[in-house]
Design a binder for this molecule. Structure first.
Ligand SMILES: Cc1cc2nc3c(=O)[nH]c(=O)nc-3n(C[C@H](O)[C@H](O)[C@H](O)COP(=O)(O)OP(=O)(O)OC[C@H]3O[C@@H](n4cnc5c(N)ncnc54)[C@H](O)[C@@H]3O)c2cc1C
Length: 499
């Protein structure tokens, strides 16, 4: 017989460790395990090892609600974030619940048994089966095995080294060498100043510009609040301060894009040498928050440009050459090392194949309930963070909501919960409403969001706090039912009311 748990969590990254913490705190009697494909805790923050790797949102909102971030730096480096996640797991003995080297490939729901059978691949090529009452996916949103690499012509001709940030060679020595970084996203703008510290020169080659905002690496108000109120209360106040500031900034960006564009432009001009061609290199064609904004701590990217250690070239790459790159403009760039900061490949639900009573679940045909459960998929939730705010704000709320649903089911003797959309007026919308290339490339493989609540994707943490932390569980869209002693399913009161 397979080992059984009340809850199985897939993924031991920031979200999986947070989910386990919420679960064992709110519902200490529940049994659970975390299935993790890799051999380490930390997900993103363990995988990415490129120079300078860091958060690009503040740690007071990227940190967990239940565990204060106490370091001085609000924009933290990757190893510090990894340390924070690992310490959370160790302190709460969550690490004892993790099964490493378990790559989940399939999960099949049986209505008769009201449980999932979860299949995982092991390193020796064998598979193992576990069962659970509730399956919580914390598997992130992208492929771990490979990043995204466009088909660059001539890449095989290049005599230097090509490196993707997702597979950074630990022994790469680029001191004094000519480096070209391809890309203009968060990874590129992180890498450029970090590599420029020792490289001969770093050139960032971008097809088109991105909004880049300088931000103090240390939050002086947070430090003062911590001194005044202590770690826990100071953190909570800073967290809300940052949430409200980011929410206001996001809303203003959407309502008055021209005003925000103008403001960012002024800030950018101030950071760059006099006469710098801001329009070519730092004036995006889209509005702020059509794609994620890149924050640069203490304006480090601009400083590297001012110091002449880094430069930006805007144009399309025609081909790699033996010595570097040639752009469509005809310009040639010589390089010893080319870093392809060209992005991620999105992957929905860790690539796990789902089936409900023998019927395969086709994700694009499902609709996401509250951005975290799937229509017609029982006892299942997934964690995808906000695109306009820190991931963990949503991850915490997903875990809290799942705990509330489980508590509600226990209190009423239900074993099954399933979101059902029977409103014909609800139309499908993309689950990530973001225009970035990496989203547009793969969003059709993801579940859909809906045009109205509770299917509509909320991009507002304050609103989600109201609905997910405090709102009604039995809102009519989740149907609850129980198994009778003979294993037959009885519909719950809520279901009966709807019928
Ligand atoms: C370089 C980089 C910087 C980022 N910076 C920020 C930032 O500043 N702010 C922000 O809000 N977000 C940021 N993000 C997004 C970031 O991924 C999230 O903040 C957060 O780390 C996601 O945590 P997670 O646990 O949900 O997913 P992940 O960190 O991706 O962890 C998922 C875990 O699940 C495991 N897994 C996946 N599939 C399976 C499977 N089938 N079976 C078993 N295990 C599986 C993986 O091995 C991994 O350990 C960044 C992302 C990247 C790549």
């Amino acid at each position: 017989m397979s080992e059984h748990f009340d809850v199985l969590i897939v993924g031991a990254g920031l979200s999986g460790i947070g989910a386990a913490h919420h679960l064992q705190t709110a519902l200490p009697d529940k049994t659970y395990a975390i299935l993790e494909a890799r051999d380490a805790i930390g997900g993103t923050w363990d995988l990415f090892r490129y120079p300078g790797v860091r958060s690009d949102s503040d740690m007071h909102t990227l940190g967990y609600r239940f565990r204060p971030w106490t370091e001085a730096k609000a924009i933290a480096d990757g190893p510090s974030i990894l340390g924070y996640v690992r310490a959370t797991a160790a302190e709460a003995a969550i690490d004892e619940h993790i099964r490493f080297h378990h790559r989940v490939t399939r999960a099949a729901w049986s209505s008769e048994q009201a449980r999932w059978t979860v299949e995982a691949d092991l390193p020796d090529g064998s598979t193992t089966m576990l069962t659970c009452g509730f399956l919580l996916m914390c598997s992130g949103y992208y492929r771990y095995d490979d990043g995204y690499l466009p088909a660059f012509p001539g890449i095989g001709d290049f005599r230097g080294l090509v490196v993707h940030p997702q597979h950074w060679p630990a022994d790469l020595d680029y001191a004094g060498r000519r480096v070209v970084v391809i890309g203009s996203g968060a990874t590129a703008v992180t890498l450029v100043p970090a590599m420029a510290e020792t490289a001969g020169h770093v050139t960032m080659v971008q097809r088109s510009p991105t909004y880049i905002l300088p931000m103090p690496a240390e939050d002086a108000i947070a430090t003062r609040l911590r001194a005044l109120l202590g770690d826990r209360r100071g953190y909570a106040v800073t967290r809300w301060k940052n949430v409200l500031m980011m929410t206001a900034f996001y809303k203003l960006s959407r309502r008055r894009p021209d005003m925000i564009r103008g403001w960012i432009r002024k800030l950018t001009i101030k950071q760059l040498p006099a006469g710098y061609d801001v329009d070519t290199h730092f004036k995006p064609a889209y509005n702020p928050w059509d794609q994620r904004l890149c924050l640069v701590p203490d304006g480090d990217l601009f400083k590297a440009i001012r110091d002449g250690r880094a430069s930006v070239v805007t144009g399309r790459i025609a081909t790699f050459t033996e010595r570097g790159l040639r752009l469509e403009s005809g310009a040639a760039l010589e390089a010893d090392v080319v870093v392809t900061a060209t992005g991620l490949q999105l992957l929905a639900l860790g690539g796990v194949e789902l089936a409900v009573d023998g019927r395969p679940v086709r994700l694009p045909e499902t609709m996401a309930y509250k951005g975290m459960m799937l229509s017609d998929v029982p006892n299942f939730a997934f964690t995808i963070g906000y695109t306009n705010a820190s991931w963990t704000l949503k991850a915490d709320l997903v875990s809290e909501f799942v705990c509330r649903v489980l508590g509600y089911m226990d209190a009423h003797g239900y074993q099954v919960c399933v979101p059902v959309n029977d409103d014909p007026d609800v139309t499908g919308q993309p689950l990530l409403n973001f225009q970035a290339g990496y989203v547009l490339r793969s969003i059709d493989k993801f579940p859909r969001a809906g045009s109205r609540a509770p299917w509509r994707l909320s991009m507002s943490y304050p609103r989600d706090v109201v609905t997910l932390r405090h709102g009604k569980i039995d809102d009519g869209s989740i149907r609850f039912s129980r198994l009778d002693r003979a294993g037959h399913r009885e519909t719950g009161d809520e279901f009966a009311n709807q019928a």
